[in-house]
Ligand binder design. Structure first.
Ligand code: NAP
Length: 276
């Protein structure tokens, strides 16, 4: 598995998303088995959030990584409505319990809300000092949000910005991606296979997949990974995680990229950040 450096740690360029996982008892065992298989395949970065299933996703992740906590790199997120100084600390402690761990590897502010950034950053600093988190970052922050964050005391310690990125949503290539690269902030691409919907039936992606004898999802992931970032596809089927892990080794050539550009043109001007 290819890797990148994030806040002094080496992490795989592909991880596992967990939105909508843990919601049903009937699929619980297979979702746990899928996450474990993903870890075996090198998808050791696992992304969750207190919001997902009101904590059910975190609880399932905690169960799945039981006995192999050291192999996993855990990312979770505080809701903006909890992101006050004390609220962030309380939310983190609740996440730690559900995740059955003593420390979260990367703790993100899920999106901007009513609490001032300096308050949330102070909470992150307190959690770092107490050893409850190992790094912090943000999600759904556009360039102006990042600039404001970097002007906040302690804000330059932000390790990552998790944003929507796939061929249908590539506005970040114009400004946010270069900004993050220049400022040492790792970009994490969410919904890299377009939530499994329209993108998987895209004629352009299917054509490229056919040329390489791979799946459309693998093309979508390899397309994301041509940029220096971490992509976090969610899969609940074992065959999907195995396939996704193999996408890290797929290299798209100039003809492939031109075909994808034709169907999904790169941005020529600033677009405000898309989010789900
Ligand atoms: P996604 O990963 O783009 O798509 C997930 C869908 O794609 C699922 O239906 C999955 O099917 C399917 N899929 C995955 N691999 C596949 C493969 N190899 N072949 C065919 N289908 C495949 O969408 P997402 O869940 O929205 O985004 C990924 C993760 O990013 C989330 O789970 C979450 O952790 C994070 N996220 C963060 C934010 C944020 O605001 N920070 C927002 C959205 C998402 P199966 O489940 O059937 O395998």
């Amino acid at each position: 598995m290819k890797t990148v450096e994030m806040a002094g740690r080496t992490v795989p360029v592909l991880g596992q998303g967990t939105w909508n996982i843990g919601d049903s008892n009937s699929s619980r065992a297979s979702e746990i088995a899928t996450l474990r298989r993903g870890i075996e395949c090198g998808l050791t970065l696992v992304d969750t959030a207190e919001m997902y299933g009101s904590g059910r996703s975190e609880s399932l992740v905690g169960e799945a990584i039981g006995g192999q906590r050291d192999r996993a790199y855990l990312v979770t997120k505080v809701l903006p409505s909890n992101a006050s100084l004390d609220g962030t600390v309380r939310a983190c402690e609740a996440s730690l319990k559900r995740l059955r761990t003593e420390a979260i590897d990367l703790y993100l502010l899920h999106w901007r809300g009513r609490y001032p950034l300096h308050e949330t950053v102070r909470a992150f600093e307190r959690l770092l000092n107490e050893g409850k988190i190992r790094a912090w970052g943000v999600s759904n922050f556009d360039v102006d949000d990042m600039e404001e964050l970097f002007a906040t005391p302690g804000g330059t310690e932000c390790a990552a910005n998790q944003v929507l990125y796939n061929p249908e949503h590539r506005g970040i290539e114009y400004d946010l991606l270069p900004w993050c690269r220049q400022n040492g902030v790792t970009v994490m691409a969410y919904s890299p296979v377009g939530q499994g919907g329209r993108l998987l039936s895209s004629a352009a992606l299917r054509c490229v997949a056919g040329r390489h004898g791979v799946s459309t999802a693998q093309v979508a992931l390899a397309w994301c990974l041509r940029q220096p970032l971490v992509a976090i596809p969610k899969a609940s089927a074992v065959r999907h995680v195995v396939e996704n892990a193999a996408a890290a080794g797929l290299k798209l050539d100039a003809e492939d990229l031109a075909a994808i550009d034709k169907a999904y043109p790169p941005p020529q001007r600033k677009h405000s950040l898309d989010m789900l």
